[in-house]
Design a binder for this molecule. Structure first.
Ligand code: UDP
Length: 197
């Protein structure tokens, strides 16, 4: 099962089901290394064109999903058919459902305080077996990174959902990947806003 290469990014040919199974395995195997999931949405794909560091971050990710109908359509024109679009929002909801079955913990980083709290409350209501191991809004100064990284490392979440805008979330995760002690981390764009409602 080869990958499709579009605008310099390699997209493995995974369905949503494949993606959630790969991530579930990463969590259950409990390797000591953080598994970075990148949703290859238009902002990230475009930003990566003139940003070599971002391309390196994407290459080093554990999983890249095709989060854009454009990427999926281009893959079909080129006969490198990607099976379906896998958006960050759908994928996070899928992971929360899996987390509810497996009693995973999540840490929510990002969005404004009210949205962040609202998302945590909504998750606890919809997925009662998930543990919210911690949360922090996304409007902090770079000087506060260390404190927040430490908080996450202490919480040791199965899933770290990062809503800091793309591609800031991806850069932040990559920068601190060895210190976060999260099993899986993923930039989730505006998904906390969606969940908070
Ligand atoms: N966000 C944040 N801190 C920031 C910038 C954005 O917490 O410095 C949050 C914002 O509140 C929203 C999410 O990141 O919940 C996604 O923001 P946006 O829609 O601007 O980014 P994108 O959709 O491009 O990822």
């Amino acid at each position: 099962k080869a990958a499709a290469t579009i605008m310099g990014i390699s997209f493995p040919k995974n369905t949503m089901r494949d993606c959630s199974a790969i991530i579930e395995q990463a969590i259950e195997q409990d390797k000591q290394e953080l598994f970075h999931v990148i949703t290859g949405n238009p902002e990230i794909v475009m930003a990566s064109q003139k940003d070599e560091q971002l391309r390196t971050i994407i290459q080093q990710a554990g999983l890249v999903t095709a989060d854009g109908i454009g990427v999926v359509m281009v893959s079909r024109l080129r006969r490198q058919r990607l099976p379906e679009r896998v958006t960050g929002c759908d994928l996070l909801l899928e992971l929360l459902a899996a987390g509810n079955r497996n009693r995973w913990s999540v840490y929510l980083l990002g969005a404004d305080e009210e949205t962040n709290r609202g998302a945590a409350e909504a998750i606890l209501k919809m997925y009662p077996h998930i543990r919210v191991a911690g949360r922090h809004h996304g409007y902090f100064k770079p000087e506060e990174d260390g404190r927040i990284v430490q908080e996450i490392a202490t919480a040791q979440p199965d899933i770290l959902a990062v809503a800091l805008g793309a591609p800031n979330a991806e850069r932040w995760i990559h920068k601190y990947r060895s210190q976060l002690h999260a099993k899986v981390a993923m930039g989730v764009g505006g998904t906390l806003d969606v969940i908070a409602g």
